[in-house]
Write a protein that binds this ligand. Structure first.
Ligand code: PEP
Ligand code: MN
Length: 492
């Protein structure tokens, strides 16, 4: 079955949707969705195609993927400082990786739309009351008195996403990513002199290398396939956005039919758009009136299916199989090898390169048990995939004080086990998926949510600056520690 068969942006509605949100006011929801359908795309087909192309490079081991950001964004955290600190951290991390891997890094942020959260339980007990669980800022409020799902929050999420993305675009087209100014990336609060010195050594080395390349007249390697000149997607470096594709009503409303931009058309499998779709073609997409159209999710460049919503006969898999965007699939210990291959048959029926990234998240102690079999089964099936390691979600624990945390050592252990098992099975780790934050507390210190790292954060210190309202994130210093460790591994 090809991706276009019997698929429409709303065909998921006939299947059971796990983690469904029940809105008491359906009419209000419909009004919001109608409005969302008319609002402009956040990202363009050219940018999405460009990412697919770069993910195909990752798949061929010609680049390495960094997928990172918050577990969940919040509307209140949509500030100048938080956005620039997060982008600065992603850029710093990727420079350290470039240094070790000697490969281009594809950067995808969990940003500009990562609001909705799956929950293991629909309700929770707070005090002596049972209330609906918090499902993310685009659904309900963290305040236990504000847990009724409100459709207006979906509109607010759209506008917070556009504001975030607008600021990212502005930063990246204004020299923020320039290697000549990496100090703009807020390294000033990194207290460890050793970590700062190590980072400065990397940036100075890369800066010299770049100057040398310019002097001898070698252009940007990426310029050959991009549209519109020698810039990356979103500015002077490539940067892409992503979120978990959980709220299918919104994903559907942001799904639009466009022709594949002419410069990428030769790479695309022609999929004829069903007759019901009559979306106008935006200028700049290279549209000919008769060109075949495909469906793009225009709310982000990349979206992923969570570990709780990947049922083969479920609504999420149905929605994901028809969109042209590159997608991620979370793979946890409950995934059977045969189920994984069947899932790939559905979401990538045409076996396109750069389409599927498998994001493994077993838990450090379970990599050995599951990853090898998964690699072997996918290899045998012939499906093209990129494997990346999420060392966060299988390693969450509750500290003695009751705070949700993760241990730096365990995170590193999951990454190193993945690197080893891939090598043993003739495969390669193509990237990492992390929850980290450059966010600072009001008094200018890094957050204290994960244990360990070079700053040796202890259980007693966890409560000092714990700001996450969702999963615990690595702070700036701990993230650089991870970057150096991964970078050194890639060097070998
Ligand atoms: C997440 O990435 O925040 C998440 C909930 O992951 P998973 O679906 O792997 O549990
Ligand atoms: Mn998370």
């Amino acid at each position: 079955m090809s991706a276009a068969d019997n698929w429409t942006p709303s065909s998921w509605r006939s299947k059971p949707a796990a983690q469904d949100v029940v809105y008491p006011d359906r009419a209000k929801l419909d009004k919001v969705l109608t409005k969302l359908r008319t609002l402009p795309p956040l990202v363009t087909p050219s940018e999405i195609e460009r990412l697919r192309h770069q993910l195909a490079q990752v798949q061929r081991n010609e680049a390495f993927l960094l997928h990172a950001g918050d577990c969940a964004e919040s509307f209140d955290a949509c500030t100048h400082e938080n956005i620039s600190n997060k982008i600065g951290l992603i850029l710093s991390f990727s420079l350290i990786l470039i240094w070790g891997a000697r490969l281009p890094i594809v950067r995808i942020g969990r940003i500009a739309g990562q609001y909705a959260k799956p929950r293991s339980s629909a309700t929770e007990i707070i005090g002596d009351r049972e209330v609906l669980s918090f499902r993310g800022d685009n659904v309900n409020g963290l305040d236990p008195n504000d847990r009724t799902p409100d459709p207006e929050r979906l509109l607010s999420a759209y506008f917070h996403s556009t504001t975030t993305l607008n600021y990212i675009r502005a930063l990246l087209t204004s020299g923020f990513a320039s290697l000549h100014h990496p100090r703009d990336w807020s390294l000033s609060h990194v207290r460890s002199p050793a970590l700062r010195a190590e980072f400065e050594r990397v940036t100075e080395g890369l800066s010299d290398a770049l100057d040398f390349t310019r002097t001898i007249g070698v252009g940007r390697q990426t310029a050959s396939y991009e549209e519109g000149g020698p810039r990356g997607a979103l500015g002077e470096v490539d940067f892409y956005t992503s979120h978990e594709g959980l709220m299918l009503e919104v994903e559907e409303a942001m799904t639009r039919a466009f022709p594949v931009p002419s410069s990428f058309a030769s790479l695309a499998t022609p999929l004829v758009t069903p007759a019901h779709s009559r979306a106008a073609s935006p200028s700049g997409t290279g549209a000919g009136a008769k060109a075949p159209r495909v469906h793009y999710n225009t709310s982000a460049h990349f979206i992923w299916i969570g570990d709780r919503t990947r049922q083969l006969d479920g609504a999420h898999v149905e929605y994901f199989r028809g969109i042209r965007n590159p997608i991620g699939v979370k793979v946890g210990p409950s995934m059977k090898s045969e189920e994984l291959v069947r899932l790939l048959d559905v979401v990538n029926a045409d076996r396109e390169d750069g389409k599927v990234t498998l994001i493994t998240r077993y838990g450090a102690g379970k990599v050995e048990q599951f990853l090898g079999d998964h690699i072997d089964a996918v290899k045998k099936s012939g499906h093209p995939v990129t494997w990346i390691c999420d060392p966060m979600h299988g390693n969450t624990l509750t500290s003695s004080s009751g705070l949700k945390t993760r241990n730096f050592g365990t995170i590193i252990s999951e990454i190193t086990s993945c690197l080893r098992v891939h090598a043993e099975h003739g495969s390669r780790l193509g990237g990492v998926s992390l929850e980290f934050t450059g966010e600072l507390s009001d008094d200018g210190f890094s957050v204290t949510e994960c244990l360990g790292g070079s700053m040796e954060l202890s259980e007693e210190q966890l409560g000092l600056r714990y700001q996450s309202f969702c999963d615990p994130r690595l702070n700036f210093e701990q993230s650089l520690d991870v970057a150096f460790l991964v970078s050194n591994h890639l060097k070998q």
